[in-house]
Design a protein. Structure first.
Length: 351
């Protein structure tokens, strides 16, 4: 099936109110000449080749169940920013900055996204946040054209404060820093499709409804929508990201360069997964073998994995963001014994 261009938005059904769907607010951005420099920039185009869930997208499901790219995610986050900023009647200048922040908040993500990042931080010295700032400030060749546009059209320090979740709520900072913010709304609903692929057609409206419930005070009784989202977040983290298969995929991404004697350079951070697939083909074959339950890489046998265990739960007597609680604990587990080629992964995570 031919892949749809990022600059083509699905047409909304005639009976739907267009402004109540994410596609309406996304099309508004895509059709605005103001944002074309960003969308067509080399830096943004690179995100088309960065998978949203990183290694897990290669280790789970099929192409039809793939969660898409960081570019798709970023466009939708910008669309949510457009919706909330318009409903709050922000000035055109503030709305522009919020939309641009949505488009560029993930601009520094490396190939395989969060999966390979612990190794990258350890051996290169910084992760996607700093890489993103280097691009936005024009300190890397990838961001030269983008930085020129940003310098001429935005308040760059304010933009960076929005992306870094340091801006004041009165300036729209809560769109990115709220416990249920536009980034997590899009990311969690995107990931949750792996559990329920049939839900995709309704996502355009659902994301708008969750954003309204979280960020627009005039919404009556927002709790059912937000409660459902919080439960969804728990399922994504515990049934997917920190599932056995998720941990194996991430660990393989982090140990591969060490055990296969491949050097990772700073320039690799700013590459795409297509380039990585050519340079590090055995890594992607290993990720695919997790999906087929035939991983037999001996140096991963019994490897200890340390990860953050998360529990998202409701404090049902509360009315406000204090209703949405979570705990984070450092946990460890041992990978299975892969020393026997006949040993197969018996991990089933998407039911």
């Amino acid at each position: 099936m031919q892949q749809r261009s990022l600059l083509q938005t699905t047409i909304t059904k005639a009976e739907e109110a267009p402004e109540q769907t994410l596609g309406y607010w996304r099309a508004d951005i895509e059709q605005d000449s103001l944002y074309q420099t960003i969308l067509k920039s080399q830096a943004f185009q690179r995100l088309k080749g960065v998978s949203f869930l990183g290694a897990l997208d290669y280790a789970v499901g099929s192409k039809q169940m793939h969660t898409g790219s960081r570019a798709e995610h970023s466009l939708n986050v910008a669309a949510l920013a457009n919706f909330v900023a318009t409903r709050r009647q922000y000035t055109p200048e503030l709305k522009k900055h919020l939309i641009v922040a949505g488009l560029l908040h993930d601009i520094g993500h490396p190939p395989l996204s969060h999966s390979a990042e612990p190794f990258i931080k350890k051996h290169i010295g910084y992760g996607h946040h700093h890489a993103g700032e280097k691009i936005l400030k024009g300190q890397h060749e990838l961001g030269k054209v983008l930085n020129k546009w940003l310098s001429e059209n935005t308040d760059l320090p304010f933009l960076i404060s929005l992306i870094g979740q340091n801006a004041l709520d009165i300036d729209g900072g809560d769109l990115f820093s709220s416990p249920i913010n536009i980034d997590t709304i899009e990311g969690i609903t995107r990931s949750h499709q792996l559990f329920n692929p049939a839900s995709e057609p309704s996502l355009s409206r659902k994301r708008i409804e969750i954003a309204a419930a979280s960020l627009l005070p005039e919404v009556n009784n927002p709790w059912p929508k937000l409660d459902q989202f919080w439960k969804m977040k728990h399922q994504v983290y515990n049934g997917l990201i920190t599932s056995n298969r998720g941990l194996v995929a991430d660990k393989l991404s982090q140990l591969y360069f060490q055990h296969e004697n491949y050097g990772l350079s700073e320039q690799d951070i700013f590459a795409s997964e297509r380039q990585w697939k050519k340079r590090y083909a055995t890594l992607f074959r290993g990720l695919q073998s997790i999906k087929s339950q035939r991983l037999n890489i001996k140096w991963m046998s019994g490897e200890q994995v340390t990860y953050t265990s998360r529990c998202y739960y409701l404090e049902e007597t509360e009315r406000g963001f204090t209703r949405y609680q979570y705990t984070k604990n450092v946990a460890t587990t041992l990978l299975p014994d892969f020393s026997l080629s006949s040993r197969q992964l018996q991990f089933a995570i998407v039911k």
